[in-house]
Design a protein around this ligand. Sequence first.
Ligand code: FE2
Length: 417
Amino acid sequence: MLDLLIHNARLPDGRANMSMAVQAGKIVQVVEGPIAGAQAAETVDAQGYLLSPHFVDPHFHMDATLSYGLPRVNESGTLLEGIQIWGELKPQLKADDMIERALTYCDWAVAKGLLAIRSHVDTSDPSLLPVEAMLEVKKRVAGYIDLQLVAFPQDGVLRTQGGLDNLKRALDLGVDVVGGIPHFERTMGQGAESVRLLCELAAERGKLVDMHCDETDDPLSRHIETLAFEAQRLGLQGRVNGSHCTSMHSMDNYYVSKLLPLMAEAQVSVIANPLINITLQGRHDTYPKRRGMTRVPELMAAGVNVAFGHDCVMDPWYGMGSGDMLEVAHMGLHVAQMTSQKGIRACYDAVTVNAAKVMHLQGYGLDVGCDASFVLLQARDVVEAIRLRANRLKVWRKGALIAQTPELAVQIMIAGR
Ligand code: FE2
């Protein structure tokens, strides 16, 4: 007897009328048409709707989320004013409040079928209060969200006194990934030095690397080059990610033609954050204003794994958002002008399979043997899912139904038609 049987589903690759059988939290069968003689404790008719692997957010700030307006709103809309406001808020932060806000966000995420999140956590303050709070959140949500934490020296690992020691202590406490912010160090040289030190630390401790890298409109911000070089030098291929890389948008084309193969060889992945990049970048421009997101289609064409992150929801940098990765993909395809069918599908991959690859998630996908963690969307295919930011009808994790939303049906009541 199966635990769960879903039939008449469409899969992201376009296969229709598919049946999926689940036992002990794992997918045990995926076939076209009905499974003859199958008996299950629960059977779901997907009515031809899209059954997708759950959404994955590979770049978020769980320690700052839902703090919008505390202590004030970002009036200039710049990255730098956001960092300043976060700095004003930090001394007032209480662990319980941060935990409460993060748990609320995790409820929003589950409702949207978002079941894996990589969150950067600020390690700049020697108290490591955000680290302890987020480790507690990780423990509390472990039954429904895979929360991976990055030790993120928001104020610069070299720029902050004791910055490297604080970051090492965060890793000692159980933080998973080594972060960094080279473009926020005092000089280009210090930025490059921070990349080298942090990559060496990751190699020494067997950790993944995910740095905020070149989150600026400055075409001469080229820390991604150093990051890719260090990844290769230290044998960290496939284990290093550059987040944002917005300066690539403004770089010289010749230089980029040399940079892309280096990134592909070093197997450095890239995370663009479309909602935040389009909001924060280009703020010093008059007209024409740059879009400021990295070169997504060109990176993909060069063989680089590119994912999209949400980055912020209602915090000092961004007052919008709801944990909906379809909203992220929707913005991504607009900003990158990836409006072909192939481009739209690639944007769907950016918030599912590509993001799972960045996080090194185990058991992800819809194949036999994968975890039965998936979402039934009120959409016929991935293109419609993004277009409508489709309703998440049912969300399962390891075979257990953990969220559902009733099917949406609008009634038009206009007289005389
Ligand atoms: Fe970020």
